[in-house]
Design a protein around this ligand. Structure first.
Ligand SMILES: Cc1ncc(COP(=O)(O)O)c(C=O)c1O
Length: 860
């Protein structure tokens, strides 16, 4: 037996203790720690769902409705006991009886005092831990069950309401030698309840919902544990809620301060109150996943991470209540804030965020700490109204950027704030410690805002040390087939260097990569037809390659339509879509003459040129009401976008199309480019479906393009499997519609690289420049969108990167920068530089500005 070490405290949450498979994992974790010499203190919650049911008993019993609830609570424990090979009645009979008696008592007196509530709720933990301890003993782990009320005692809280004193108690967390000795004597494995404690008169109190984490932290502090492990059903803390933002990354390590901010601001993984005791006593906290015990999870400690990621996470707290206080008299009035805050204090309300102006003070109340607000609302508002005009605003959410030196990244947020062109921000607050920047918005807008902010601030911030894999990568449900596309040029280095030297600046496209991208696209089995948005790259050889793969073409000008017929005279016109925007009348006439699918994205042509459309079959491009994408300029939905017919015009459109006998064959929407959120195409399908039902007779829903790619190796990719699954759900629900898509970037971006040759070097002190023989005239995306493309020195691919440089072109514009602050090897005149993922919106957007010809194009 190894030398005896210190305590380790393990906490398992409700889902972790609800089935046999997890209990087998718990047994192994306990054994491992015990066998490596730790004294194990295991703390766990009630079985999943039981606390909610007990709460329902408290709510329903005063009206006599509780027997079915009690039966269901007992059934759940009986099932779990069976699963664990235990006898529920033998172990839990007394608790079942107490449960019956308490519920009956509540029914009789028609109310439940806070004390009774605490007693009833505590049964959840007491029953679960009784089963847990019996199971471990049966599995030959000598386990001592202890009543947490003998281990944790409350301390008085200043200004706390009676409800908080009993149902959200605070306990002493100072290291306790006596307890350490007492528990050591009991053996190597102690098992006790989370969530419950006792007050000075030994009465049961609770630590608030989710309080088991807090119990574990208290016990870790009292026992001076070496480690606190929090075992949950998720593999750690993430940069955002991974269910809402699939590209969210695991946070491998965090400081206590960062973890505190993230937990306090809405991440559900960890109870915010559990960090303070751990921090105070410098106990590292490990967050681990019970059903995947081998994953590393998140480590929270005082070790400083040396990465440059300033924003570590974006969190959302829903159900925020705002109290807005308006008073003209407040200006220069001594004590106004003291007076109004006194009212909050008197009602036991805890204030979270504050924002002030000359005539208004708005504060937010965190519902977690102010659960009694609705009970005292009227009284509180009345009292406060003596000082000012009061407005209580509900259904808001607080979205917080969390990390270090938040102030320094505010400039990056520009286009994410585009959401607010249409919606109100109620309150903005930047914490004085610079760890938190929060805005309170309508709850409905919160998810969209988080996704946008995540994309802009976290996904673009590079491969930081503390960022781990995405959820799908961790849980093994991602299909990574992108290596080929990213790496194709690495295997062709000599050929590319030679080409660049011979031909000068060149776009080089890989035919194999174009075909591989097409094959990946076709894995969207829920989609019926695929069109290539030829605006992305209209190179003849690229178009021929896609035609050989049976793709149709999506054209945005009559020039593109004519190019398709010139190259492929035999193409079925049904395989061509014409989707112009503010095009002149003649283009529609010419498109009808070609027999292609014509998409109308404005009511104007119908009103002004009805004769062009009379008796025709057309598509309508709908504005689904919001845009999405990697940059403001590529979002193509919402009132500030010039594309699409707004939904409020549909009735008018319908009346015109009925009048002039137009058949609407399909509806179309394209909301933007570079989208990584897999839910977007299904959302679009649902909106188009609603419009289709309104119009009737529609067969096709064209969901546009916009499929995002992994721009560089620090970014998560779009999970196409998820896109497909979501679209399949749509199809299963609405089998009468054909689904079409029309990507551009997804098909071509990774298949192309831009090669250029180093012309000159320059050093202005510490700022270094590497000049190349083409610039924004060939490739405008970095200047236009701030796009960050991987850039390498192909001639020195094996050399170590030793300097930070800016890669610039020869154009007389200060924006002519292709890459800023890039880690690069020592470079010299004549070296060949490669800019990756330039196959889309590269050469097609080039110009001969400064009379410098753009890079030539080659397909290999
Ligand atoms: C109507 C339409 N469809 C498809 C696309 C292709 O978008 P992406 O290249 O992002 O797939 C665009 C791009 O602007 C578009 O405007």
């Amino acid at each position: 037996m190894p030398e005896r070490k210190n305590w380790i405290v393990l906490k398992f949450g409700g889902t972790s203790v609800s089935n046999r498979q997890n209990w087998d994992n718990i047994r192994e974790v306990v054994k491992q720690h015990r066998d490596s010499g730790y004294k194990v203190c295991l703390v766990h919650s009630a079985v999943s769902g039981i606390s909610n049911k007990l709460q329902e008993v408290i709510d329903q019993a005063p009206r006599g409705n509780y027997t079915a609830l009690l039966d269901s609570i007992k059934d759940t424990h009986r099932d779990l006991a069976d699963d664990l090979g235990l006898d529920a009645y033998e172990l839990l009979g007394d608790y079942f009886l107490e449960l019956d008696q308490l519920a009956k008592g509540i029914a009789l007196v028609e109310e439940a005092s806070f004390r009774v509530q605490a007693k009833l709720m505590s049964l959840g933990e007491l029953m679960a831990t009784t089963l847990g301890a019996a199971f471990l003993k049966k599995e030959d782990i000598e386990t001592n069950w202890m009543d947490a009320r003998d281990l944790l005692k409350t301390v008085p809280q200043k200004n706390a309401s009676e409800k908080n004193i009993v149902l959200s108690a605070v306990c002493d967390d100072s290291p306790d030698k006596e307890l350490q000795l007492e528990l050591s004597d009991k053996g190597n494995v102690i098992l006790t309840q989370g969530f419950i404690a006792s007050d000075q008169s030994d009465k049961t109190v609770l630590l608030g919902r989710g309080g088991s984490d807090v119990s574990a932290a208290y016990l870790a502090s009292k026992l001076k544990a070496e480690i606190l492990e929090i075992w949950t059903d998720v593999p750690g803390m993430f940069t955002a809620n991974p269910h809402a933002v699939p590209s969210a990354r695991l946070l491998k390590h965090l400081s206590y301060e960062e973890a505190q901010e993230i937990a306090t601001n809405g991440a559900k993984v960890l109870h915010p109150r559990c960090i303070m005791p751990a921090r105070k006593h410098k106990i590292p906290v490990h967050i681990k996943c019970t059903h995947k015990p081998n994953l590393e999870g998140t480590v929270i400690s005082s070790a400083v991470s040396d990465d440059t990621a300033l924003v570590k996470a974006i969190a959302v707290r829903g159900d925020i209540i705002l109290v807005s206080m308006e008073s003209l008299g407040m200006w220069q009035q001594v004590g106004f804030l003291a007076d109004v805050f006194e009212v909050f204090k008197n009602h036991g309300l805890s204030i979270d965020l504050v924002s002030t102006s000359e005539s208004n003070v708005t504060v937010s109340l965190d519902p977690g700490l102010n659960a009694h607000f609705q009970d005292i609302r009227n009284e509180f508002v009345e009292e406060l109204s003596a000082h000012c005009k009061v407005n209580v605003i509900e259904s808001t959410s607080a979205v917080s950027l969390l990390g270090r030196h938040i102030r320094t990244i505010l400039h990056q947020l520009g286009s994410a704030f585009e959401v607010f062109q249409e919606h109100q921000v109620y309150l903005l607050s930047q914490a004085a410690n610079d760890l938190n920047f929060t805005f309170v918005v309508e709850s409905e807008q919160a998810d969209r805002l988080v996704r946008q902010l995540h994309e802009q601030v976290i996904s673009q911030s590079g491969n930081q040390q503390s960022f781990g894999p995405t959820w799908p990568e961790l849980m093994g449900d991602v299909e990574e087939k992108e290596e080929l596309h990213e790496a194709w040029w690495k295997g062709k280095r000599d050929e590319l260097v030679q080409l660049s030297r011979e031909k000068g600046p060149s776009y080089v496209y890989s035919k194999d990569a174009l075909i591989a991208n097409t094959e990946r696209l076709k894995e969207l089995h829920s989609v019926d037809r695929f069109f290539y948005a030829m605006k992305a790259n209209a190179n003849i050889d690229v178009l021929k390659t896609f035609r050989s793969q049976d793709l149709g073409f999506e054209c945005v000008s009559i020039g593109e339509v004519e190019e398709v017929f010139e190259l492929f005279p035999d193409i079925d016109p049904g395989e061509v879509i014409f989707t112009p925007n503010f095009a002149p009348r003649e283009e529609y006439e010419q498109a009808f003459d070609h027999g292609v699918n014509v998409t109308l994205d404005n009511i104007y042509p119908l009103q002004k040129w009805p004769e062009v459309f009379e008796n025709r079959t057309i598509f309508l491009r709908i504005d689904p009401g919001h845009g999405h994408g990697h940059h403001d300029h590529v979002k193509t939905g919402g009132v500030h976008s010039k594309f699409g017919i707004p939904r409020f015009e549909i009735p008018e459109v319908k009346s015109i199309i009925d009048d002039i006998s137009i058949t609407v064959k399909g509806l179309h929407a394209h909301i933007g480019s570079g989208i990584k959120d897999p839910t977007q195409w299904k959302s679009t399908a649902l909106i188009l479906h609603e419009v289709a039902e309104e119009l009737g007779g529609v067969d096709v829903l064209d969901l546009g393009g916009g499929f995002g790619i992994r721009e560089n190796d620090t970014q998560a990719s779009l999970n196409m499997k998820q896109v497909d699954e979501l679209l399949k759900q749509f199809r299963d629900a609405h089998p009468n519609y054909e689904l079409w898509v029309e990507p551009g970037r997804f098909l071509t971006a990774t298949a192309g690289v831009l090669l250029a040759n180093v012309t000159q070097l320059k050093g202005k002190g510490s700022v270094k420049y590497i000049g190349i023989d083409t610039g924004m005239n060939s490739f405008i995306r970095p200047a236009l969108y701030g796009a960050r493309h991987t850039i390498v020195n192909l001639s020195k691919l094996d050399k170590e990167s030793t300097q930070v440089v800016n890669i610039v072109g020869p154009i007389c514009e200060s924006g002519d920068k292709l890459g800023i602050d890039r880690l690069f090897p020592e470079s010299e005149e004549g070296d060949v530089i490669l800019i990756a993922n330039t196959g889309a919106y590269g050469r097609v957007m080039s110009s001969s500005y400064n009379l410098r010809m753009p890079a030539t194009e080659i397909l290999i």
